[in-house]
Design a protein around this ligand. Structure first.
Ligand SMILES: *Cc1c(COP(=O)(O)O)cnc(C)c1O
Length: 391
């Protein structure tokens, strides 16, 4: 039997579908207080940029992640924009971004007038390779009083954005060492990793600032939404201020002390978020069960493996990852074809950032691992409810 058939059959032993059903990669589920909380917003008229659910949602996020302050915003990309700005990224700076990420990470760098500088990932975490980064910076940069400078472009390298890819935590400790040595700020893109932990602490706790996304395909959703998180109270206050038009609080006067942004998450979306947060522990439990079942279903198929967290990480398994061995990498498209035709959605990795037209001239290190992963990686359906309780 060919590998595409084996993979399809393995998925079908876990994911039971009716003949005309299509199984998406990640679907939202609203089986808690979603209707109740949203109805309350409609009944009371509190649907827009202020209301009790915004404060409640922010508190729930802070409590769940252990990060001091969470600020709810319109989406993850807007959260990244402000996090980079407050992280000190300025026009003509360079920001280190993994080549293997969703485009929002690189886009946000350009919103600040800065330039993404693409770096490689490692297979153990699917995220930034801190050891390769260290030797790269040793080669191409110079440490000065004011920070790290790229000797080839003359620009300051201000920050790095580790992305917890598909929910799997980056190896943060060695990355922190690199950041300290080279005076580089860390802004964590935890858009995909709500419910993922590194050495016992929730992702998003290490960066100067970090971000979450609540887009429709993420572990929980607010329709569209995101959050800026930080353990620095001053930055937290500033983030709230800048994302709510920088208005000085007053009962009737309209005064603003910065160029601000209207990036606030509406109360009606936050209401959805509160109901989803109540469900989160259950979703996470189901997602781990699903990953364990996939693990068993795939273990005897030669030439493939399901990505599993390294010992220092506890992953939310936002999107399960199937990796083909290099020798059968050329079968990837056959696998995608076979599964999608059978009504089971699978997807390759994102096109790497340095291959997109708008970023092709940006600086980049050798990206051999990302390039290899991008050829061999397949995301498979990962919605929590795919685990049937009777199974
Ligand atoms: C989802 C996501 C974002 C933010 O996306 P929005 O759709 O703007 O909420 C940022 N980075 C990564 C890695 C993501 O997956």
């Amino acid at each position: 039997m060919n590998v595409q058939k084996k993979i399809l059959e393995a998925i079908q032993t876990i994911v039971h579908k009716n003949s005309n059903e299509f199984i998406a990669l990640h679907e939202p589920q609203f089986i808690g207080n979603e209707w109740l909380y949203i109805k309350e917003c409609l009944d009371t008229g509190w649907v827009s940029s202020a209301g009790k659910y915004v404060d409640k949602f922010e508190d729930m996020l802070a409590e769940f992640t252990g990060v001091k302050r969470a600020i709810a915003v319109v989406n993850g990309a807007a959260a990244l924009h402000i996090a980079l700005k407050l992280g000190g990224v300025e026009k003509d700076d360079e920001v280190l971004v993994p080549a293997m990420t969703f485009v929002a990470t690189a886009n946000a760098v350009t919103y600040c007038g800065a330039i993404p500088h693409f770096i490689d990932s490692e297979e153990m975490t699917l995220g930034v390779d801190p050891h390769k980064l260290l030797s790269y910076l040793t080669d191409i940069s110079e440490k000065r009083e004011e920070g790290c400078y790229n000797l080839e472009t003359g620009r300051r390298i201000k920050a790095v954005i580790p992305v917890h890819t598909f929910g799997h935590p980056v190896d943060i400790d060695p990355l922190i060492e690199v950041c300290k040595e080279y005076k580089i700020e860390m802004i964590e893109d935890a858009a995909e990793s709500l419910g993922s932990y590194y050495k016992g602490n929730h992702t998003g706790n290490w960066g100067k600032l970090s971000i979450l996304s609540f887009n429709g395909n993420k572990t929980i959703t607010t329709g569209g939404g995101g959050a800026i998180m930080t353990n620095d109270e001053t930055l937290g206050k500033l983030a709230k201020h800048l994302t709510s038009t920088a208005k000085i609080p007053h009962r009737w006067e309209y005064n603003h002390d910065h160029i601000g942004y209207n990036y606030r998450l509406p109360n009606i979306n936050a209401a959805l978020g509160c109901a989803q947060m109540e469900q989160l522990p259950k979703f996470l439990k189901q997602k781990r069960q699903l990953a364990e079942r996939y693990q068993m279903a795939f273990q005897d198929i030669e030439g493939i493996k399901l990505f599993t967290e390294p010992p220092f990480a506890r992953s939310n398994y936002w999107l399960n990852v199937l990796l083909l061995d290099t020798v059968i990498a050329d079968k990837r498209d056959l696998v995608l074809e076979k599964t999608n035709c059978a009504g089971i959605m699978t997807r390759p990795a994102w096109t790497l950032m340095h291959q997109l037209s708008m970023f092709k001239d940006c600086p980049a290190m050798n990206l051999s691992c990302s390039e290899s992963l991008a050829k061999r990686l397949i995301n498979i359906p990962s919605s929590p409810f795919l685990v049937k309780n009777d199974a």
